[in-house]
Design a binder for this molecule. Structure first.
Ligand SMILES: Nc1nc2c(ncn2[C@@H]2O[C@H](COP(=O)(O)OP(=O)(O)OP(=O)(O)O)[C@@H](O)[C@H]2O)c(=O)[nH]1
Ligand SMILES: [Zn+2]
Length: 212
């Protein structure tokens, strides 16, 4: 896959992404005011008066993954363990923003790995997905970043990530195709090399969850 980046590079990028924004919130709010004017709106009418503030707050939250690092979110939750069977966390809700239109990407991630002496706190898998989702993304890069982060942190026997998502830029505008889902995957180690392991993962991902 063309987006393949080494696990060390992913960890480096994660550190760079925590750098402070060079633009003040006041400047961001001014830009939102300009957008409102461009839409033909009156930014001073009652309902819109606080909208620049709200939009900046919302955008900061939706991109808060730039100000997080793997180190901080892991909080040391990597444990030595002899387990060597597949661990799968499926149906992790994802809300991201596409970098082309800054519109929502809504979907789910399924993340599996086969340990090699180390396991990670299960919630941390979902937190890693969230950190990368809360940045401007293309789905393929989001998928690869999740896989490479786990590969870099755990050096497991393998990692498999499938993301299925619908892109609001393809639903609400542009080609306008509601109901279209994009599926992307990133396979590392034994999941890339061994068809049987990959198939086992794919069949577990397809299987309906026991609880809802
Ligand atoms: N590969 C990939 N493409 C994406 C993703 N999100 C949005 N896109 C696409 O990025 C492309 C941008 O194409 P452009 O022609 O520059 O933009 P546009 O005129 O808004 O394109 P349309 O959406 O076709 O109207 C579109 O085809 C989008 O569907 C993503 O996560 N992965
Ligand atoms: Zn888009």
């Amino acid at each position: 896959m063309t987006f393949s980046i080494s696990p060390d590079e992913i960890l480096k990028q994660s550190a760079i992404a925590t750098a402070k924004s060079p633009v003040s919130e006041a400047e961001m709010m001014q830009a939102v005011r300009t957008l409102l004017l461009g839409m033909g709106e009156d930014p001073d009418r009652e309902g819109l008066r606080d909208t620049p503030k709200r939009v900046v707050k919302a955008l900061k939250f939706l991109t808060s993954g730039y100000r997080q690092s793997l180190d901080e979110l892991l909080n040391g939750a990597i444990f030595h363990e002899d387990a060597d069977e597949m661990v799968l966390v499926r149906d992790i809700d994802l809300f991201s923003s596409c970098e082309h239109h800054i519109l929502p990407i809504i979907g789910r991630a399924h993340v599996a790995y086969i340990p090699n002496g180390k396991v990670i706190g299960l919630s941390k898998i979902a937190r890693i997905c969230e950190m990368y989702a809360r940045r401007l993304q293309v789905q393929e890069r989001l998928t690869v970043q999740i896989a490479d982060a786990l590969q870099g942190l755990l050096k497991p026997q393998g990692v498999a990530v499938v993301v299925e998502a619908t892109h609001m830029c393809m639903v609400m505008r542009g080609v306008q195709k509601p109901g279209s889902w994009t599926v992307s995957s990133a396979m590392r180690g034994v999941f890339a090399d061994d068809a049987k392991t990959r198939q086992e993962f794919m069949s577990l991902v397809r299987h309906s969850p026991a609880f809802h």
